[in-house]
Design a binder for this molecule. Structure first.
Ligand SMILES: *[C@@H]1O[C@H](CO)[C@@H](O)[C@H](O)[C@H]1NC(C)=O
Ligand SMILES: *[C@@H]1O[C@H](CO)[C@@H](O)[C@H](O)[C@H]1NC(C)=O
Length: 472
């Protein structure tokens, strides 16, 4: 090796050794990332949040498209107990600062999304959280090192090629990749993320919406007064949150189309598997829905003689032509920045849009990689509120407590009471605790009774993870 070779080797060595190190790296300054940052900050940990946009909560600058959040902002409960009041506050993050309650940011019961953006900006600023804005982490990989807390470091590279090294990686990037459709003619389909939200653009039109969730109903609600009719199509039945008790199902605030459908208006709901569909454009620029196999049988298809599915009575509901077709199918997790060595894979069926994680929110593939926030909802999908702010603020806290214990030897918070106060302590928790209330069937308190001393050891404020997980 000549002198120049030596210099190159030295430079490389320096580059590797001088890459900035953080014990905790958080990806994304949305609600979950900021919530974790607030806990790390309060505990005095070495951390950094990486955010590709120039301010927190960028998802809420664009979504929901019609700007009305469906998370309730209940400002009055008639009670002064702050813990109890969080049971009815679906938007605030957890902090010690009473100014940082969402009730100070909006008077609306269903607030405007831009108030959430303003709230998250204030949350990061007031608490002095360490966020690197305009830093787009485009690649994450592993570097094995026996000295590292987890046997490896996470190596992050941003858009400028700057490299960072982290002992623990907390991924709070949400679900931000629109779920697409792929069938013949799917290129004619407009997406929820970019379709016009001006009702004037839909006057006198026939509209087909793909999807049966809140974004689909929100889109329908906005235009159903000016269209000829709106049809909604998806694989599964519509599920109403007032019937299922699941906050992610269609909420009463969005179900105007169900009203008009049930009252025999022209609007309608249809069920079909989207993967069997095909869309054909006729000479007038209108769209016809048919089935893929009907097209596949005939290659000499002219757009104006489209074979339609028929039944005995020939009343195929979608015989009409549509002026536009809109896809509102939700989002999936962005797996693309994670190197294969991290073994971050998706689940199957319902959890396909989520990364696979354990009950502790740690990735099944890499120790020290945790998924926080909306993308962690596979743990309690369709069961509890872990996909939403009012749920994941508590599961983020649980992950933080787990890390405090694992890496800093700090035990899970608890309080001791004399046995005589056991019943009243339990009743108080049942009447007040917000984390257990929002994350029912996921978080729990554990009561340990000390032998001989008649002193129950009672975990305080404190939701622990489900007992099965702790004992396992
Ligand atoms: C961040 O990088 C990804 C590519 O990895 C790119 O698609 C995206 O637009 C970038 N976002 C910003 C805000 O720079
Ligand atoms: C195929 O399409 C052409 C033109 O649309 C039509 O005339 C013909 O009957 C079709 N053949 C079959 C087998 O469906």
């Amino acid at each position: 090796m000549g002198p120049s070779g030596l210099l190159v080797a030295l430079a490389l060595h320096l580059a590797v050794c001088s890459r900035p190190h953080r014990d905790y790296c958080v990806l994304g300054a949305g609600p979950a990332g900021l919530q974790m940052a607030a806990f790390l900050h309060r505990a005095g940990r070495d951390y950094e949040v990486f955010e590709r946009e120039s301010a927190p909560g960028s998802f809420f600058t664009r979504y929901p498209r019609h700007r009305k959040l469906i998370s309730i902002n209940k400002r009055h409960t008639g009670k002064a107990n702050a813990e109890f009041n969080l049971r009815h506050d679906w938007n605030s993050l957890l902090s010690d600062d009473p100014h940082l309650l969402f009730r100070h940011y909006s008077q609306a019961y269903f607030p405007d999304a831009s108030d959430m953006v303003r709230y998250l900006g204030d949350f990061a600023r007031r608490l002095g959280l360490h966020v690197l804005y305009n830093t787009n982490i485009t690649h994450v990989t592993l570097d094995k090192d026996p000295q590292a807390w987890n046997g490896h470091y996470f190596i992050l590279t941003d858009q400028k090629g700057q490299v960072y090294q982290c002992s623990v990686l907390l991924v709070a990037t949400g679900l931000a990749v629109p779920k697409l459709v792929d069938f013949p003619g799917s290129e004619y389909v407009e997406g929820y993320e970019s379709v016009s939200v001006d009702p004037e653009d839909f006057v006198g039109q026939n509209v087909l919406i793909l999807g049966h969730g809140n974004s689909a109903f929100e889109t329908a609600e906005n235009i159903l007064g000016v269209t000829n009719f709106v049809h909604m199509l998806s694989r599964s039945r519509v599920r109403l949150s007032w019937a299922t008790h699941y906050v992610g199902d269609v909420r009463a605030i969005n179900n105007g189309l169900l009203d008009t459908y049930q009252l025999k208006s022209l609007d309608g709901l249809l069920e079909s598997d989207l993967e069997y569909l095909a869309l054909v454009k006729d000479s007038k620029g209108k769209f016809h829905v048919t089935l893929k196999f009907l097209l596949e049988n005939n290659s000499s298809q002219s757009a104006d003689s489209i074979p339609l599915p028929e039944d005995d009575n020939d009343n195929f509901a979608m015989r009409v032509a549509y002026d536009r077709v809109i896809r509102c199918l939700g989002w999936t997790f962005d797996f693309s920045i994670f190197d294969q060595s991290l073994r971050l894979s998706s689940g199957t069926e319902f959890s396909k849009k989520y990364p696979l994680i354990k009950a502790s929110y740690e990735s099944k593939g890499s120790r020290g990689l945790f998924i926080l926030g909306t993308a962690s909802h596979s743990v309690d999908y369709r069961k509890s509120a872990g996909g939403f702010i009012h749920g994941f603020r508590y599961t983020v806290r649980a992950v933080h407590r787990l890390l405090e214990h694992r890496h800093h030897g700090i035990p899970w918070p608890s309080t001791e009471y004399p046995i005589t106060q056991l019943t009243s302590s339990i009743i108080r928790r049942v009447n007040e605790a917000s984390g257990l209330y929002q994350m029912f069937s996921v978080l729990a308190d554990i009561i340990l009774l000390k032998e001989h001393q008649l002193l129950p050891h009672f975990p305080s404020s404190w939701n622990t993870l489900a007992p099965s997980m702790l004992s396992g």
